[in-house]
Write a protein that binds this ligand. Structure first.
Ligand code: C5P
Length: 221
């Protein structure tokens, strides 16, 4: 049997940590769709596109081939055959991804890759539109959220651990701007699917969220 679990939610809600753990518990593949949008954004930054020029973004994205490989259970994103994983987690790439992911031709390029992965194997896939657009028939749909302050604090600690100088207010502002862009774009906006279960992680530990999702999955299958 092939099972699909969709986890959507805003930036910093803990989706990737939680999705990765749920996938490990169930021996499913974890698919991080944000990393695909980030790889596309990296390509656009390298080509020095104008952020405000949607048509240019739509044209230039046609030259980027994104594919996925798995090494020791880790997702590797290949951009025109180059492993770009180590370039994806910067604020610059994240902000560009949030702009370029609103461009229909960028989304079209990644949609078939994401659907194909879920057709071929059991996956826990996280993103913004997995339950609403990519996998409308997923066995379990979770909408994972947390307050913007909680999310900003988590990001702040993460950056501090890496030794990056940062400011909590700025991070929170950035997160709120990204939420606005993701929720208000015309194509595939971030929203809770009607049949998704809402999980607010503000006052829960990672393990509590993981257990809740596993419980939902087991009750449905
Ligand atoms: O989840 P992550 O922060 O890596 O995603 C980066 C950006 O990619 C998000 O801000 C969002 O705009 C976009 N994205 C998307 N649809 C997805 C996953 C990510 O639009 N399924």
């Amino acid at each position: 049997m092939i099972y699909n679990i969709a986890i959507d939610g805003p930036a910093g809600a803990g989706k990737s940590t939680i999705a990765r753990r749920v996938a490990k518990e169930l021996s499913f593949i974890y698919v991080d769709t944000g990393a695909m949008y980030r790889a596309m954004a990296l390509y656009l930054l390298r080509r020095e596109v104008n952020k405000d020029d949607t048509e240019q973004i739509g044209n230039i994205c046609q030259d980027a081939e994104i594919s996925i490989e798995y090494q020791n259970g880790e997702q590797i994103v290949l951009l025109n055959d180059e492993n770009v994983n180590s370039y994806l987690r910067t604020e610059e790439v994240g902000n560009m991804a949030s702009v370029s992911s609103a461009v229909p031709r960028v989304r079209e390029k990644l949609l078939s890759l994401q659907r194909k992965l879920a057709r071929d194997m059991s996956v826990v896939m996280d993103g913004r539109d997995i339950g609403t657009t990519i996998l409308p028939d997923a066995d379990v749909k979770i909408y994972l959220t947390a307050s913007s302050l909680t999310r900003a604090k988590r990001r702040y600690l993460e950056l501090q651990e890496k030794g990056t100088v940062c400011n909590l207010d700025e991070i929170q502002k950035d997160i709120e701007e990204r939420d606005q862009r993701d929720m208000n774009r015309e194509i595939s906006p971030l929203r809770q699917a009607e049949d998704a279960v809402l999980v607010d992680s503000s006052d829960l530990t990672i393990q509590q969220v993981v257990d809740r999702i596993l419980q939902i999955f087991r009750s449905k299958t």
